[in-house]
Design a protein around this ligand. Structure first.
Ligand code: PRX
Length: 633
C-alpha cells in the first residue's frame, strides 16, 4: 500500500482499526483469488480459533509467479550471488522461475507427493531452495524448512513431529570458508525417521554422498524424467484460504521447538502487504534481504512477500565477512541494490572492521535500509545510517516474530519520522497493547509493559503443529483475549514503541531465537553434567551471548576439555548456533526452598552486575551465590 505522508498513515491506521474487516478485505482484493471469500474474519483468542478469508480459494504461487508473467515475465525475480565471488551468479526471471517451479512440482508429484503431505527442506541458500519451497506450495504440500545450521538430532525431532514423507536436500553447501555436509547430516537424522520414504538430493558441492537404494534420488535425474514426460506445466492446486501453507519450527521458553503453522490466504495477504507497505516498494527496485530462507525472515521477505509483489530479490549464499568484510558492499555495488534489509548482529560485526571497506564501494544505489531480528542499539543504527545510508536512507526497524508471519511494528520508509532504536509505530491493521503483570492494559504514553496484540491480523499463526493446546498455552493464556508476544516494550511520550527484549526464558543470539531450557537439556545430556542453568548476557556482536552455569562433579582435571566436550554435546543435540559462549563450573545453583532456580541472580552475575543482587535470603543455600560470584567469567 502506497502511503504518501505521515498524515496519510495516521488516517489509514485509524480506518484500519475502526473497520478492520473492511480494511483487510481491501488489501486482499489486490491479490488473485480463484474464488472470493465468503467471510473476512471469524475469530476468538480463547481456543484460539482464527480464520481469515474463509471460503476463499487460491494458490499462493499463482500470486507469486503466474500473475506476473504477462507484464513482468522477463523481469528478474531472483538474482543469486554465490558464496564464492569467482563463481558465476545466476538470474532467474519470473518466467524462468515459474518454469522451474512447475518442473520440480511435477518431480515431486512423480515421487508420490500429494496435497497436505509434509516435506522437509534442508538446503543451502541457492535458487533451488526457493524453487523447492514454491514447488511444494504449487501442489499443496506443506513445507518445513530447516536452517542448514541445525544438527541431525534437531532435524530428526522436526521430521518426526511433522511426520514428513519426503526430504529435499543437497549433497553439501558452502557458507564462507566452510563446507556443509548436508546429505550426510540428513542420513544421520533419518536413522530415526521412518516416515521419510524419499530423499531428493541436489548436486551443489560435489561432496561424496551415500545414496540409499530405493530411498534416495538425484534432483537432476528427476528433472530429466519430467522433461522426457514432455509436460512442463504444472497447474496449481486450488487451496482453501485456511489450508496449511507451511510449518516453521521455533524455540520457546519450554520444551522442544514447536511447529508454527501458517495458512495460505492470510499469510499471503500479510507477507505481500507488509513488504509493499513498509519498504514502499516500487517495481524495478533491487531488493536484498540478507536473511536465510531457513528462518521466517527468508520465508516472508525473500520468497513470498517480494515475489507476490513482482519484486526483484537478491539471494546470497554466503556470509558478510567472507572472503572479506566487504561482501555486502560488493553485492550492493554489483547489482545496484536499492533496498538493503539486514540484521543488527551483521551490522555490529561489520562495524568492527572499520569503514574503509564501506567507503571503497559505490553504495549510491541504496535508497532504503531495513533491520530485523533484535533491538538495534543506537551505535549500530547511527553507523548504518551514516556509513551505509550516507544519511539519506530511511531505516525501517521491523519488529515481528515467526508467529506473526510479517512485520507488525515498523516505520514506513520515507513516511514515518524515525527514532534510532525504535520500531516506531504499528503498521495499519495491527493493534498492539502494553499490559502489566496482571494483564491490565496500560494506557497512555511514556509507559512500559509486556507487549500483546489485541486483535487478529491475517498473518498470525493458526496453531502449533500437532498440539493446539500448546499454542493456546504459549500465546493466548498468559493474558485473557490477547496474543502475548513474550517481548517487553516501552511506549514513549510520542506513542513510539521500543522493544526492550524478551521477558521469558528465550535468548536472542545473533537474531536467532534459542530457548534456555533447550540448551540446558542439551548440556545435561553430557555424561558428567548433573545440572545446568543457562542465561543470556550482553554480547558486543551477537546481541546476547549464552552463559551456562554447570554442575559437573566428575569433570576432567582439565576443565577446558570438559568445556569442549559440553560444546560438542550442544552442537550434536541442537547445532553450533546454540553453543554457550561461556561455561562456568559451579558446585550448586541458587535455588529457592521449593527448588526453583533464581535466574534473576544468575542473569545479574552473567551481566557482571554483582553489586545489587537483591534479596537472597529466600535461597536454600545463600552461600552458593558468593562462590558463583567469585568464579564468574
Ligand atoms: O524479541 C523479538 C526479536 O525477535 C523475536 C522474534 O524472533 P523470531 O521469531 O526468530 O523472528 C525473528 C525475525 C522476525 C521477537 O520476539 N525481534 C525481532 N525483530 C525485532 C526484535 N526485537 C527488537 N526489534 C526488532 N526489530
Amino acid at each position: 500500500m502506497k502511503i504518501s505522508s505521515f498524515e496519510h498513515y495516521k488516517q489509514v491506521y485509524q480506518q484500519s482499526v475502526s473497520q478492520p474487516e473492511q480494511f483487510w478485505e481491501g488489501v486482499a482484493e489486490t491479490f488473485q483469488w480463484r474464488k472470493k471469500w465468503d467471510m473476512v474474519l471469524e475469530w476468538n483468542f480463547k481456543e484460539p480459533d482464527i480464520k481469515w478469508f474463509q471460503g476463499g480459494k487460491l494458490n499462493i504461487t499463482e500470486n507469486c509467479l503466474d500473475r506476473h508473467l504477462e507484464t513482468d515475465g522477463d523481469r528478474p525475480a531472483i538474482i543469486w550471488e554465490p558464496n564464492d565471488p569467482t563463481e558465476d551468479h545466476r538470474v532467474l526471471t519470473y518466467k524462468q522461475l515459474h518454469d522451474k517451479v512447475c518442473q520440480f512440482a511435477n518431480a515431486l508429484k512423480n515421487n508420490g507427493v500429494q496435497k497436505g503431505d509434509r516435506i522437509c527442506i534442508y538446503m543451502p541458500m541457492i535458487p533451488e531452495l526457493a524453487i523447492a519451497v514454491l514447488a511444494c506450495a504449487r501442489i499443496g504440500a506443506v513445507h518445513s524448512v530447516i536452517f542448514g545450521g541445525f544438527s541431525a538430532q534437531s532435524i530428526a525431532d522436526r521430521i518426526q513431529d511433522a511426520e514428513c514423507k519426503v526430504v529435499i536436500t543437497a549433497d553439501g553447501g558452502f557458507r564462507g570458508p566452510k563446507d556443509l555436509p548436508l546429505k550426510s547430516v540428513i542420513d544421520d537424522a533419518l536413522v530415526q525417521c521412518p516416515s521419510v520414504k524419499r530423499v531428493i538430493v541436489l548436486t551443489r558441492s560435489r561432496t561424496p554422498v551415500s545414496m540409499i537404494k530405493g530411498r534416495d534420488v538425484w534432483w537432476e535425474d528427476e528433472i530429466k524424467k519430467v522433461e522426457t514426460q514432455g509436460n512442463p506445466d504444472c497447474p496449481a492446486e486450488e487451496m482453501d484460504a485456511e489450508d496449511m501453507l507451511f510449518i516453521l519450527y521455533t524455540s520457546g521458553s519450554t520444551g522442544k521447538p514447536k511447529g508454527v503453522v501458517h495458512t495460505c490466504g492470510g499469510y499471503m495477504v500479510y507477507a505481500g502487504f507488509t513488504f509493499d507497505t513498509a519498504f514502499q516498494y516500487n517495481k524495478g527496485e533491487v531488493y536484498f534481504c540478507t536473511a536465510d530462507i531457513g528462518w521466517i525472515t527468508g520465508h516472508s521477505y525473500i520468497v513470498y512477500g517480494p515475489l507476490s509483489q513482482g519484486a526483484t530479490a537478491v539471494m546470497f549464499e554466503g556470509v558478510p565477512t567472507w572472503p572479506d568484510a566487504g561482501r555486502f558492499w560488493d553485492i550492493v555495488d554489483k547489482y545496484k541494490v536499492n533496498i538493503l534489509y539486514t540484521a543488527p548482529t551483521a551490522i555490529r560485526s561489520l562495524m568492527s572492521f572499520g569503514t574503509d571497506l564501506v567507503k571503497s564501494h559505490d553504495l549510491s544505489s541504496l535508497t532504503k535500509l531495513g533491520s530485523v531480528g533484535e533491538p538495534i542499539n543506537e551505535e549500530a543504527w547511527h553507523w548504518f545510517d551514516e556509513n551505509v545510508g550516507k544519511g539519506n536512507c530511511p531505516i525501517v526497524d521491523t519488529w515481528w516474530q515467526t508467529e506473526n508471519g510479517g512485520f507488525m511494528i515498523s516505520p514506513i520508509a520515507g513516511v514515518t519520522p524515525l527514532k534510532p532504536g525504535y520500531a516506531s509505530l504499528p503498521l495499519p491493521g495491527v493493534q498492539p497493547v502494553l499490559v502489566d503483570e496482571n494483564g491490565k492494559e496500560i494506557e497512555g504514553n511514556d509507559v512500559s509493559g509486556n507487549l500483546c496484540i489485541k486483535f487478529p491480523w491475517p498473518g498470525m499463526l493458526r496453531t502449533t503443529y500437532g498440539d493446539h493446546e500448546r499454542c493456546r498455552q504459549t500465546y493466548f493464556s498468559t493474558y485473557a483475549d490477547m496474543y502475548f508476544t513474550g517481548d517487553g516494550c516501552m511506549r514513549d511520550a510520542d506513542g513510539y514503541y521500543r522493544i526492550t527484549g524478551r521477558v521469558d526464558d528465550v535468548l536472542n543470539v545473533s537474531g536467532h531465537r534459542i530457548g534456555t531450557a533447550e540448551v540446558e537439556n542439551a548440556i545435561n545430556m553430557h555424561s558428567s553434567v548433573v545440572e545446568s542453568a543457562v542465561v543470556g548476557y550482553p554480547h558486543d556482536i551477537k546481541g546476547q551471548g549464552v552463559y551456562a552455569f554447570v554442575i559437573s562433579p566428575d569433570k576432567h582435571e582439565n576443565e577446558d576439555l570438559t568445556r569442549k566436550d559440553i560444546l560438542m554435546t550442544v552442537s550434536r543435540i541442537i547445532g553450533p548456533i546454540a553453543k554457550p559462549d561461556k561455561i562456568q563450573f559451579v558446585s550448586g545453583l541458587p535455588k529457592t526452598r521449593s527448588g526453583k532456580i533464581m535466574r534473576r541472580i544468575l542473569r545479574k552475575i552473567a551481566e557482571g552486575d554483582v553489586s545489587n543482587l537483591g534479596d537472597t535470603s529466600t535461597l536454600l543455600d545463600p552461600g552458593v551465590v558468593d562462590e558463583i560470584k567469585a568464579g564468574a567469567l
